[in-house]
Design a protein around this ligand. Structure first.
Ligand SMILES: [Zn+2]
Length: 689
């Protein structure tokens, strides 16, 4: 059951803070209600749903005008602000209702012309529906249980049984002018109704007060949930949006599937370097129970619970059974090929209905149901994958309860095609260029240190998804916090432990589906003259500064081989590898070996498209070269600290961000391998030849 989170004291305070204008107070209360709705994934997810309120404002001449404040596109209900609910003049929108037809392009244009603030975001595509309903406060959700109802074959009968006259049903239309007109007609025929069920789409509830409109959403949703529970005889399990621990098979299956889909992406785009999808696995008891249903093959062909979802998950998931998995790469490839053929067979006849033609989207799946493993959302980056996975988790609840309570029959393929190939979406195709490293999963060892975190930030700024590995758990948590823990991830472990590389890379696979770039960065320096060097200390340095690099690189290379789609290894070498400093032998020796490893791996892995490069940096403020150490070294040379740090040909201090940018530069140089880039401000003695 969902709870009303409305708090009268809080609401009063919010209205008071909004000032004396009643329109501002109403808007503030609707913003409050919107946030309460948006904070519950059982009601709306990822920009879904929309809310509005009608108010009277004054124009520049002081005349009173009726306006509609409605959610602007690009805003999420969960954290919406008043500016996210721009005002449109109601009167010109009401006049449009006299038209027989209105294209989406004309609608968007006409609505933009009615904005009070010309630079406000585009109002929701459901703006006309809100405008044509007479009620002051209106909320629209895609609540899971309401979707289960909306997709029943006898939904109208069930709605009458549950709600009597309180909810009226609106037949399915694509969001836009036709739906707005149909909904208004139904609402006018049922003036007593306090809400609408948009068949095969979602739920509206309205009232003259913000609180009542919100609480009707909650009440209707709970009434639907109770009916489903009574009919099915089991409590409704909430769609979870968390990641349960992945079954161990994940690290075998996901990279294989990722590689096959990367190949499909390359074929579709004609670009051999096209990114593989980033994945988001959702396991958990709820999911396993669903995937164990005997009817999942049929359910997989039915479609999405609400049309919005098609954009992220496509209309059907790729289904992989235990037998497909057991059949290995060939069997998985056959399943993917069959999916793509099926998608093309859906595209061709539906596109032919449009005289202007349609451009086919990438036919590869963006959602997989993998028996014994879980639901896998896939997308260009971790954010897109998470949205697909969240929607899939909601989808299976609506599906299971709908199917067991009369049948899950969402909107058919012809209508869903209209949504997937909506002209406004098609117009955007190819216009937004994704960031250069979108879809690239980057694992960084020593990720919470100065250079590691700077590198993570530099890669994230180019659209990559980051997996940090660090020894220090608290520092790791803090680093992830600065980076954005919702999207990026990490593991705290000692990389010199025997199985550390395998554990770290498996954890990265479980979170993102695979790996594209390893930044083998972690290191530490121990000083002392060679003649007095303790053997154990030297071995310790070799464990961290050579063997850990070697193990992570080898584990990454084996994963790259499974993905079959190239890959990159980037080493943080060191000036010490080529230009020894007194008392730094324990550091320089293993770094020299790592330098050689870089070239050896570049030689051995090049044919598989794996590039291996590194950075030769010097004198960077970090855990290795901390303030006390800088002080000591500067004093030993009789100079101040700033002069010491800028002791290079450019007379400028080299910072961690310069090293980070160099790593990114190497990552973005598609025909560069076996290369070491020097980032030291210039040091002729240490220059590579
Ligand atoms: Zn909707």
């Amino acid at each position: 059951m969902v709870q009303s989170l409305w708090n009268d004291d809080q609401a009063q305070e919010i209205a008071r803070d909004a000032g004396a204008n009643p329109a501002d107070q109403d808007l503030a209360l609707e913003v409050y209600a919107s946030r309460l709705i948006g904070s519950n994934p059982a009601l709306v997810q990822h920009g879904g749903g929309n809310t509005s309120c009608k108010a009277t404002r004054r124009d520049l001449f002081g005349r009173e005008i009726e306006v509609l404040h409605i959610k602007g596109s690009g805003w999420d209900l969960g954290n919406i602000e008043a500016e996210g609910m721009p005002a449109v003049r109601l009167d010109p929108l009401l006049k449009l209702r006299a038209l027989d037809r209105l294209s989406d392009e004309d609608m968007v244009n006409a609505v933009r012309g009615t904005l009070l603030n010309s630079s406000a975001p585009n109002p929701s595509v459901e703006v006309l529906l809100h405008a044509y309903l007479p009620h002051k406060f209106i909320n629209h959700t895609h609540a899971t249980v309401m979707l289960a109802l909306a997709d029943l074959p006898n939904a109208a009968k069930v709605v009458r049984e549950i709600f009597g006259d309180r909810i009226a049903c609106v037949p399915f239309f694509m969001p836009g002018f036709a739906l707005a007109k149909a909904a208004a007609k139904v609402a006018e025929a049922h003036p007593e109704a306090e809400g609408l069920l948009l068949l095969k789409h979602g739920h509206f509830a309205f009232a003259q007060e913000a609180k009542q409109a919100y609480e009707r959403i909650i009440e209707h949703t709970n009434m639907a949930e109770r009916w489903l529970e009574n009919t099915r005889g089991t409590p409704v399990k909430k769609p979870s949006t968390t990641r349960a621990p992945a079954p161990s098979a994940a690290s075998d299956i996901l990279p294989l599937l990722r590689g096959i889909l990367g190949q499909a992406n390359a074929e579709f785009s004609g670009n051999i370097d096209a990114p593989m999808p980033v994945m988001d696995l959702r396991a958990g008891a709820n999911v396993q129970e669903f995937l164990a249903r005997p009817d999942i093959d049929t359910l997989a062909t039915r479609g999405v619970a609400t049309p919005d979802h098609v954009i992220r998950t496509k209309n059907r998931p790729l289904v992989l059974h235990t037998a497909d998995i057991a059949g290995g790469p060939d069997a998985i490839k056959r399943a993917v090929d069959a999916y793509i053929d099926n998608y093309k067979a859906y595209f061709t006849p539906n596109a032919a209905r449009f005289p202007e033609g349609k451009t086919m989207l990438n036919p590869a799946p963006t959602l997989a149901w993998i028996e014994g493993l879980g639901l896998v959302g896939m997308g260009l980056d971790a954010k897109a994958a998470a949205i697909a996975a969240d929607q899939a988790q909601q989808g299976i609840v609506a599906m299971a309860y709908g199917e067991d309570c009369g049948g899950f029959h969402p909107v058919g393929e012809a209508e869903i095609f209209d949504m997937e190939y909506w002209s406004l979406e098609q117009a955007k195709l190819g216009k937004a260029k994704p960031p250069a490293l979108a879809g690239r999963v980057v694992l960084i060892t020593g990720g919470a240190g100065a250079i590691g975190l700077a590198t993570a930030k530099a890669f994230a700024a180019k659209g990559a998804d980051i997996f940090l590995v660090d020894l220090d758990e608290a520092a790791l948590a803090q680093a992830l916090d600065t980076l954005g823990a919702k999207r990026h991830a990490g593991a705290a472990l000692d990389i010199t432990e025997e199985d550390a590389a395998t554990r770290a890379i498996n954890a990265c696979i479980e979170r993102f589906g695979g790996l594209d770039i390893l930044v083998s960065n972690a290191g530490a320096a121990w000083s002392g003259a060679m003649k007095d060097m303790d053997d154990a200390l030297l071995r310790k340095s070799f464990e961290l500064n050579f063997f850990a690099h070697q193990k992570f690189a080898s584990a990454a290379a084996r994963l790259f081989a499974i993905q079959g789609h190239g890959g990159q290894i980037l080493f943080n070498v060191s000036k010490q590898a080529v230009n020894p400093g007194k008392n730094f032998g324990a550091y320089g020796l293993p770094k020299a070996a790592t330098f050689f490893l870089l070239r050896q791996l570049a030689l051995e892995l090049g044919a598989a498209g794996v590039r291996v490069n590194g950075i030769n940096a010097d004198r960077i403020r970090s855990g290795l070269l901390d303030d006390a150490f800088i002080k000591e070294r500067a004093r030993a040379r009789g100079i101040d600290e700033a002069t010491y740090m800028a002791g290079n040909l450019l007379n400028r201090e080299v910072e961690a961000s310069h090293v980070a940018d160099a790593f990114v530069t190497l990552a973005l140089s598609p025909r560069t391998t076996a290369h070491v880039m020097t980032v030291d401000g210039g040091n002729i003695e240490a220059a590579l030849r």
